[in-house]
Design a protein around this ligand. Structure first.
Ligand code: NAD
Ligand code: USQ
Length: 389
């Protein structure tokens, strides 16, 4: 298949492009390097050093003999988006290219507006470009489990059968997201479902849980193929943050009671889920939703797993939760769709955590400890960043 990976320079987009290329697909990536610019804005950097995209692509050619074409441009630029799709003529578009950090979207008005503009307009441009160039193209879009929030009923895969006053309908599952970022994904889902309904497009929305891990079988083939490892309080995700904190002898920063529960997934399963969704496209006119997570844990359980697997002493610090989120809530998620397509999940095991400890040990001297403490407060409309105060 010809597969275009939007956001192909990112944490997940790059390893996904390598996995798809390794499986024999003809792959192109596109990116505007916004993520590298946020690092400059926040004064942080990936724990693991990353090469520029062109060096990565050249290294992959050297290692595998496979070419990955690279497009540089912004999806918010409609002309760029449509011309790129016309040029590459993909069978499938995998769309990762959004601002993805909840804390970044909650810094202040400017960052909330940027996040929603970037994500919602970029996604709309992709939908219009598909309709214009070839409505048969299958869109595989990265959504998030955080679209649902933590309702007091089971979370289904995107749709819910509702009986109300004796009548029944199949409706989009109600959403209760927890940040302006998560809200941008809800808006995207509605726009995609509408495009499927009115234009007959085919789309898969992958509501992914929190990703952990850093290495895949392809990225370890050469250090130049490494993907990023974010550990700072804005972009770092919880398990990866706890791993580097343990290695540094820094207390694990559990927000609130740590009883809030999230769906999680290993990065090696992320790339495989994308392959499965791409090779088994949605039907014409179908808005298909999968919950892309393999297990759920409370934040406290994640902290304990990391602490129990580390050879040294690990402390846990319970910080006042800077976010507004429910604790001690019900959480039961249906996530059978991708397993039915063939996913054989890697569950959170000692092996994975141990390999992550190894990565963190190797690069711990690159850590900026000041970037570890949370600075973004959900309850205020403007949070001072450390560079400002
Ligand atoms: P990332 O920030 O590392 O990668 C996103 C890439 O998209 C970056 O390289 C960025 O430069 C690019 N990009 C952003 N806006 C763009 C635009 N307008 N035009 C072109 N390129 C643009 O993020 P990630 O962790 O790889 O996440 C990828 C996707 O998966 C996101 O949509 C995110 O919401 C979703 N997701 C991530 C996680 C996670 O834990 N990392 C979990 C669930 C869902
Ligand atoms: N948390 C801590 N301590 C920390 C960091 C986080 O207790 O040091 C807690 C948070 O309060 C939250 C949970 O851990 O309850 C997850 O936080 P996170 O920062 O790891 O993840 P989140 O903000 O939810 O966002 C990440 C990705 C995002 C993706 C989402 C999937 O950045 O792109 O959409 O995971 S989900 O959580 O399913 O919505």
């Amino acid at each position: 298949m010809r597969i275009l990976v939007l956001g192909g320079d990112g944490y997940l987009g790059w390893p996904t492009a390598l996995h798809l290329s390794d499986c024999g697909h003809d792959v192109a990536v596109a990116d505007n390097f916004a993520r590298r610019a946020y690092d400059h804005e926040m004064g942080v950097r990936s724990l693991v050093p990353m090469e520029p995209l062109q060096v990565r692509v050249d290294a992959w050619r050297e290692v595998s003999g496979q070419d990955i074409k690279a497009y540089y441009g912004d999806l918010v630029d409609a002309e760029f988006t449509v011309e790129m799709i016309r040029d590459f003529r993909p069978d499938t578009i995998v769309h990762f290219a959004e601002q993805r950090a909840a804390p970044y979207s909650m810094i202040d008005r400017k960052h909330a507006v940027y996040t929603q503009q970037n994500n919602v307009v970029g996604n709309l441009n992709v939908l219009f470009a598909i309709q214009e160039v070839d409505p048969e193209i299958h869109l595989v879009k990265l959504g998030t489990m955080g679209e649902y929030g933590t309702p007091n009923i089971d979370i289904e895969e995107g749709w819910l059968e509702v009986t109300h006053k004796g009548r029944t309908d199949r409706m989009l599952y109600p959403k209760k997201p927890g940040s302006f970022y998560h809200l941008s994904k809800v808006h995207d889902s509605h726009n995609i479902e509408f495009a499927c309904r009115i234009w007959g497009l085919r789309a898969t929305d992958l509501n992914q849980g929190v990703v952990y891990g850093q290495e895949t079988p392809q990225t370890v083939r050469d250090p130049r193929l490494a993907t990023r490892f974010d550990y700072d309080a804005i972009f770092g995700t919880v398990l990866n943050r706890f791993v580097i904190q343990a290695v540094l002898g820094h207390p694990l920063t559990v927000y609130g009671t740590g009883s809030q529960t999230r769906g999680v997934i290993d990065i090696r399963d992320t790339v495989e889920c994308i392959r499965l969704a791409s090779e088994n496209p949605a039907d014409k006119g179908e808005f298909r939703v999968f919950n892309q997570m393999t297990e759920s844990f409370s934040v406290e359980e994640i902290a304990k797993t990391v602490a129990n697997n580390y050879h040294g002493t690990v402390e846990v610090e319970y910080l006042d939760n800077p976010r507004v989120e429910q604790d001690h809530h019900y959480y039961n998620v249906v996530h059978t769709g991708l397993v039915e397509l063939g996913l054989d999940p890697h569950l959170l095991s000692n092996t994975l955590i141990n390999s992550l400890f190894g990565v963190a040990e190797q690069f711990k001297d690159r850590v900026d400890l000041a970037a570890m403490r949370p600075t973004v407060e959900w309850r205020t409309a403007s949070s001072p960043l450390r560079s400002q105060g």
